[in-house]
Ligand binder design. Sequence first.
Ligand code: CU
Length: 214
Amino acid sequence: MAVGGVPYNELFDIFWDWSVLVGVITFGWLIHHTFYYRSKDGEVPNIDDLQVGVFPKHYHNAFLEWTWIIIPSILIVYLAWISIEPTSEVWPDPDTVGVEGVDYYEVGITGQQWFWIFDCGELDVDLCDTGVDSDTGLTTLIVKKDMVYRFNTTSNDVVHSPFFVQWGAKEDAVPGIYTAIWVTPDMTGKFFIDCAEYCGDDHAYMTGILVVHD
Ligand SMILES: [Cu+2]
């Protein structure tokens, strides 16, 4: 359960594939009907015998009706079912301490309008350090590649949500309680930690810098 990553990305791909398939079918159908059923030149107006306020039951097709209820329902249940395990892995119970056989490090993240406050606690600077990014002036968290981090997250004012974009991991930062995000940064470089929960005027600029070193 140590962290976002693979199961989450696989889930994303499955959702993506189904979205494309459903999109192609529904929009294909829509576009086909838009042109196929256009009135032709010289056609008698209201060929379908429609009356205002009366549902055109003479075109009812029970088979079609049930088909587009049952098939999407099965798809939704299937997608919900396969989401249970990966989402539990990304968002484990914050009271669950540790991963058997894996060393991990706890770092605090507090959201405040409109920046992130990082807290390395007693950790060695090689594992965790904080600062201010010289290019952007944004608060910065510096961590080590391939280490397992548990970010204990909270907020000083309204609900925020730190989003580790490259690892697909985010969680609400809620005033008064702690939530947890597990991330194993497996790439070196400089990344953004965006705020993914609308939190006021400068929400769009509420970003922190994550630096991952070897
Ligand atoms: Cu925010």
